[in-house]
Design a protein around this ligand. Sequence first.
Ligand code: HEC
Length: 139
Amino acid sequence: MDKNKIIRYLAPFAIVGIIIIFILNVITHGSIQHPGKSTYQSRCAQCHGDNGEGIKALTPPLFQADLPVQHFDSLPCWIKFGMNHSIKVNGIDYDQPMYPNEVDEIQTANVINFMCQEFFNYDTTVNSIWVKQKWKDCE
Ligand code: HEC
């Protein structure tokens, strides 16, 4: 088989391949997920639930929770260093400890932004510089 024949034989496959890659690209970019979602799912969802619903009397909800918005500046400290005092969320008392999380400032900022958008309905975005600033004042 000479060279030209090989090229002519392979050309249709190459075109179909390019079209498939193009379509996949459109699909993945069309449904690109929030950068905080993977951190939320791997580090928070086991306690707070996939949709931030919490676990009965054990873990407080994040979905439509009043406390995180009222104490917004404390979120970076709570997320990194955990929490161990009784709190009231949407009128219900909780006092199980939340353990510290191994998160960096970027993951923390992303997860806060994810929660603002998905759970708190709070129109704010934070960045890693803000998170680091807040970490300086954690008790
Ligand atoms: C081991 C289970 C557990 C994990 C994992 C966990 N939490 Fe919590 N979280 C709790 C508990 C329990 C409380 C209540 C703490 C208290 O009463 O002192 C809490 C409280 C909170 C609060 C304040 C109360 C509320 O519901 O609004 C926020 C905000 C929060 N967690 C966010 C997060 C985020 C973000 C992550 C992931 C980075 C996370 N938590 C991971 C168990 C957990």
